[in-house]
Design a protein around this ligand. Sequence first.
Ligand code: PEP
Ligand code: CO
Length: 475
Amino acid sequence: MPSGSGATSGHRGERDLVPSLTALHTLDPQQQPTYPDPAAVEQVVAKLRTLPPLVFAGECDELRQKMANVAAGEAFVLQGGDCAETLDGVTAANIQGKLRTLLSMAVVLTYAAQVPIVKIGRLAGQFAKPRSAGIETREGVTLPAYRGDAVNGFAFTPEARTPDPERLLGIYHASAAILNLTRAFVTGGFAHLRSVHSWNADFVKNSAAGVQYQNLANEIDRALAFMVACGIDDNVFRTVDFYSSHEALILEYEHALTRIDSRTRRPYDTSGHFVWIGERTRQLDGAHVELLRHVRNPIGVKLGPNTTPDVACELADRLDPDHDPGRITFITRMGAGRIRDALPDIVAKVAASGRQVAWICDPMHGNTFEARNGYKTRAFADVIAELNGFFDVHEELGSWPGGVHVELTGDDVTECVGGSEELVEADLVSRYETLCDPRLNRNQSLELAFLVADRLTTGRIRRPNPVQAYSPIPL
Ligand code: PEP
Ligand code: CO
């Protein structure tokens, strides 16, 4: 990976002095596990501090540069993966399935919309979950809520639900394994554009989105063959850039992986390339904002429907006082019914403050409901309605809709209703596998990619060559 184009001179200031974990814990951190044995936590943190970084700071700089292109309206982000990764889910098939889905979506967006796509997985660290209730009661028994495999087990027993700090070491090693295979896939030939057919060959026949995808893959084959015939070296299509991301939730883990980069002498959270602060932990003077304001990674902040324009501006000022290009991404998750009211004032005020941030739409977290049979689900139509609201708002304001953030899997699960397969609530029981929020399956993910590609190629958003230098030369 190239070394950090965005790295600065090495001048160290207040922001380069990362506060101690103890100091962070005085800030009333939200959504943290209550560990029964503080000494065991200290031992784990000490061990984590000795382990190698999971990502290289130079890669974070490279991604920040790409996010600056997104903020400038010259690229589009595709960010996706599980709501909650699990230790049992660390299998080759699972990782390959997610990657295949993300790469297919990225190809649809790149080819159909002719926009450079910044590809970011919600993976290799997405093991910790904020919860609306800290406890769960079943048949008179109350236990701590499941907070993700980073914290405790899903089984409803006192043993499983008691937070265990050793799990942080487990997810570190799991993340290393996931990243290792991901890097192998994206650089070792699997991601070659000449493989576009094979990613989805097994499900094309019985899916409308699959057929649409195969037609597009045929076109890409012809385009590639044309370029090769013209003498262009097709090795450039062999690899893709791919980045990892997760919610920076558990302070012990993120702090232990925050390291001083040897090149720049500045701190980076080396647990992932892009880390975000969730809707429930983004208090302006809270511990998560305090930790992440000190690291140099590109940072996301989730904004729910009750966010005020002032709060968004204050968060940006706190996390990015220097207006560093690509540093701040706002991931809005308003809900289909709220986005058209809630988003415009926020975007307008942030723009009026002179900032250029990346705007990403998470059309999942504002659209969750409980089906009549008790499953937590989302309707594909609501997801698309929020996305359309997002595109419409940005189109009206003249701002750039910079990307999508989705919960998805490479498997043919039945967790969200709707889509061209017309899944109904009664279907949820057949393959409902998530331990947290419902994910789009492969078919729904591809369908979403085609709809987003459509939005990127229509209306005012389709400015003349907004994202690439290419323009035909008239003679
Ligand atoms: C999530 O992304 O899984 C999540 C919990 O999101 P939010 O913070 O937006 O609720
Ligand atoms: Co979720």
